[in-house]
Design a protein around this ligand. Structure first.
Ligand SMILES: Cc1cc2nc3c(=O)[nH]c(=O)nc-3n(C[C@H](O)[C@H](O)[C@H](O)COP(=O)(O)OP(=O)(O)OC[C@H]3O[C@@H](n4cnc5c(N)ncnc54)[C@H](O)[C@@H]3O)c2cc1C
Length: 788
């Protein structure tokens, strides 16, 4: 028997690179009563056979910064711990075979510079100078990231573990966790092959086993394994140790120098799931069988790019399983189901690059009781119980593995494992020709019309969306917004509890809806949502589809000892919105209720055709409008009644463009945990008297300001993520964008550092366009700027 402690403050399950990094960072923060349990030996799971590429660039600022930190840490770890890590800052070159890929690289490079990552656009000839053994006759150009690197994953894990052990952390190998005890919603202990350990915190860093460990605690950890491959070749002339990493995403392949030969790996578009019946035990330092058929698409493209491979022998074929998530982002944070149970898993073949930053982020979250930066893209709470379905996960990961090298088209939709969640009127929407997208598992209408090819320019669907916008701005349109997250909060203390959680005054009379922020202790947005008082002791809370799990978690934790019960009623109601200047008369035509006496923010039960629904006067598009909350069993009847009025149906692309025209902020874009109401220009949604969570810091803008942006050139198209410059220097970036038929130009929201800024240049894939900047929304129904 191993000598296990009977209790520890923190138990980390899994001694891969992620578990080791969490332990290292907890110790660095002064938490040393920490035990790492590994069923085999350190790094024996997936970590040992990783290729060791460390690429810094990610699609969001926070995730890029997280990996930037990994590179800083890996560069100093050897000196600090005395253990070699194999870290080498060799840089990386990515090449493009098509004009579209080059546009993507240009956009990426502009973003990189915004986030402080060095990135240079290079010609094919320059790419070849950096990487002489490749052919470039079909290369359009590339990008050079000098700060990227490579490392030895097993050595890194050892170095992190030793660093933690030096400060007092215990790493115990050959102990298998077999159960997790949860009591009253709080984690209490883990059972192991060698006995039980009580713990205040349990951190699930079990790699591809993390789903099973999650299930032991009743926690959803949505990941599935897929086979993942690379080969190591014999030596090749001209391949020297300082060769950068090369990525050829159009050929699905990457290349890294190793002992004078190449590691050749990649991300095929149609991946091969593995482990459908669970992950075998033991599975230590183990590989799967070679599968040259599956690897052939990568190998053929690799030979095309590096012709010397045709005549070079392969020393080793690695087929190792790795876990992938439904959206290709890892899973981090405290489980919403169980307090004290944290997850750091599902690293989608980027665990070596991410481990440094992810380990630090998770350690800070544990120690501080909350994340210290915006981790939303990786937040475990972007999923819910529905994602814990093996069949769904298996089908989805066939697609997610390939996303690494797939084109990052704007508005790209995943295609596999759909449909999943459907509105009760889905069949009516489909019959009307809806083109669906998906969010939080829901099928949602993007627009009505046939699917169009992806593009960085103006899309073919724009005309359809323009027509929907014009219908809404001039008459009225009907939107299905059933995917909204919906909760009821009921109980004696419901109003008191919400008053503390909400920035706005929600202690309003029954029948009023209030738009409000929910802040964290740092004054940043945890969410923005609406609350409707439906009874003296009951509220209906409505939030965006994507953040519903997160909001439920934030609100339920924020209730404290108050007597009120929060229930998720998302599936109980459909939501139909009727928006536009003629919405009142249209609704009046199918109801006996008096819509002329409906004040802004009023909410009450009305008859609609044969049904009774909750009508709430509010708008997210800047027009007169009502949201109708319809019990699911009446949804079809009500939708048919509304359709019979001749209303134009419209989708989410139209909503998005109209809310940007009107300057309405969206959570996850303009609003996030680092953005205060002052920065967002939403002071007016905050109680002047304070008394809400985060109030003491909510009025500090921290040098960031949300602004509206209108491009001068009517032809250029913005998608979001573009840099804003003044005199060639970055001064901000675009967070949301759309084409506005109302203004006849691309319109956007974004952050700038100078609130008084009136003009800026926008970097659209390397071309500069002038833009007007304003803290005021460019669209106002009464404004003379409106062209339509
Ligand atoms: C072929 C291939 C190439 C890759 N190349 C790269 C790359 O170039 N760059 C990059 O960044 N990433 C790469 N990766 C991904 C990277 O290897 C993983 O993301 C990373 O190793 C995940 O680390 P982890 O700590 O989460 O998981 P693991 O290393 O799998 O660690 C989890 C540990 O938990 C232990 N465990 C599980 N269950 C229990 C239990 N019940 N009790 C106790 N212990 C338990 C396991 O034994 C295991 O050691 C690659 C992956 C593959 C397969």
């Amino acid at each position: 028997m191993k000598a296990l402690p009977s209790r520890a403050q923190v138990v980390i399950i899994g001694g891969g690179i992620v578990g080791a990094s969490v332990a290292y960072h907890l110790a660095e923060l002064g938490w040393t009563d920490v035990v790492v349990l590994e069923q085999g030996q350190l790094s024996c799971g997936t970590t040992w056979h990783a290729a060791g590429l460390v690429g810094q660039l990610r699609s969001t600022e926070s995730m890029t910064r997280l990996i930037q930190y990994s590179t800083d840490l890996y560069a100093r770890l050897e000196a600090e711990t005395g253990f070699g890590t194999g870290w080498k800052q060799c840089g990386s070159v990515s090449v493009a075979r098509t004009r579209e890929r080059m546009t993507q690289l240009r956009r990426t490079a502009a973003q990189a510079r915004n986030y402080g990552v060095r990135a240079e656009i290079i010609t094919a000839a320059q790419a070849q100078e950096l990487w002489p053994v490749m052919r470039v006759d079909d290369v359009v150009g590339g990008v050079w990231l000098p700060g990227d690197g490579k490392a030895n994953p097993s050595d890194l894990t050892q170095a992190l573990a030793r660093g933690a052990q030096r400060r007092g952390v215990r790493v115990i190998e050959r102990v298998r966790v077999t159960g997790v005890t949860v009591k009253d919603g709080v984690v209490r202990s883990v059972s192991t092959s060698e006995g039980e350990i009580e713990a205040d915190y349990v951190v699930n860093c079990a790699g591809q086993w993390a789903k099973e460990i999650g299930r032991m605690a009743g926690v959803t950890v949505p990941l599935h394994s897929a086979e993942h491959f690379y080969v190591v070749t014999e030596q090749i002339e001209g391949v020297r140790p300082d060769l950068p990493v090369l990525r050829d995403p159009d050929g699905y392949a990457y290349f890294k120098e190793e002992v004078g030969g190449l590691v050749v790996g990649g991300f095929e578009p149609d991946a091969k799931p593995w482990g459908m019946d669970g992950i075998p035990y033991p599975f230590e330092f183990q590989l799967l069988e070679e599968d040259w058929d599956q690897f052939s698409i990568i190998m053929e493209n690799a030979i095309h790019r590096v012709p010397a491979l045709e005549t070079t022998g392969v020393r080793m074929f690695y087929n190792g399983p790795e876990s992938f998530t439904p959206d290709n982002m890892f899973l981090l944070g405290e489980a919403p189901e169980v307090r004290g149970f944290f997850v750091g898993a599902g690293f989608n073949s980027a665990g070596i690059a991410s481990a440094g930053g992810a380990g630090r982020a998770l350690a800070e979250w544990i120690v501080n009781g909350a994340p210290t930066s915006d981790l939303w893209p990786a937040d475990l709470r972007r999923f819910a119980r529905w994602a814990d379905n093996d069949t769904w996960l298996r089908d989805r990961v066939t697609e997610t593995l390939g996303l690494h090298y797939a084109m990052s088209w704007p508005n790209k939709e995943l295609e596999t494992a759909r449909p999943l969640r459907r509105s009760p009127v889905h069949h009516l929407l489909a019959a009307a020709g809806a083109c669906f997208g998906s969010k939080m598992g829901w099928e949602r209408v993007n627009y009505f019309g046939t699917a169009a090819p992806y593009t960085f320019g103006r899309p073919e669907w724009q005309q359809r969306v323009n027509a929907e916008i014009n219908a809404c701005r001039t008459e009225a349109a009907l939107f299905d917004q059933t995917s909204f997250g919906k909760f009821t909060l009921k109980g004696r203390d419901a109003a008191v509890a919400l008053q503390w959680l909400c920035t706005a005054d929600v202690d309003v009379e029954v029948g009023r809806v209030v738009y409000t922020g929910l802040l964290n202790d740092r004054g940043g947005y945890e969410s923005d949502l609406t609350v409707t008082r439906v009874a003296h002791d009951e509220y209906l809370i409505v939030t965006g589809s994507a953040q519903s799990t997160r909001d439920f978690d934030v609100i339920s934790k924020g209730l404290g000892e108050h007597r009120a019960v929060l229930v998720d009623v998302t599936g109980t109601y459909a939501v139909f919105s009727v928006m536009g200047p003629k919405s009142r008369e249209i609704l009046q035509s199918v109801s006996k209720a008096d819509f002329s006496a409906f004040a802004v923010g009023a909410s009450r039960l009305v008859d609609l055709g044969y049904a009774t629904v909750r009508a709430t006067r509010m708008t997210y598009v800047g027009e007169l409008g009502w949201e109708l909350y319809v019990p699911s069993e009446f949804a079809v009847t009500v939708y048919e009644t509304l359709l019979a009025t001749g209303l134009t149906q419209a989708g989410y692309y139209a909503i998005e463009a109209m809310r940007i025209e009107k300057g309405y902020r969206a959570w996850g874009r303009e609003l996030g945990p680092e953005v205060t109401p002052a920065a967002a220009g939403l002071r007016f949604t905050c109680k002047k008297t304070g008394g809400y969570r985060g109030a003491d810091r909510a009025m500090d803008d921290r040098g960031r300001h949300v602004v509206s942006i209108v491009l001068d050139d009517p032809e250029a198209h913005l998608w979001g993520g573009e840099s804003l410059l003044r005199d060639g220097e970055p001064v901000g970036y675009v967070t949301s964008a759309a084409y506005s038929p109302t203004l006849g130009a691309s319109v956007a929201l974004g952050f700038v550092s100078d609130a008084a800024m009136e003009k800026a240049q926008v970097d659209v894939a390397g071309e500069m366009y002038s833009a007007q900047i304003s803290r005021k929304a460019p669209y106002d129904p009464t404004s003379s700027r409106v062209k339509a």
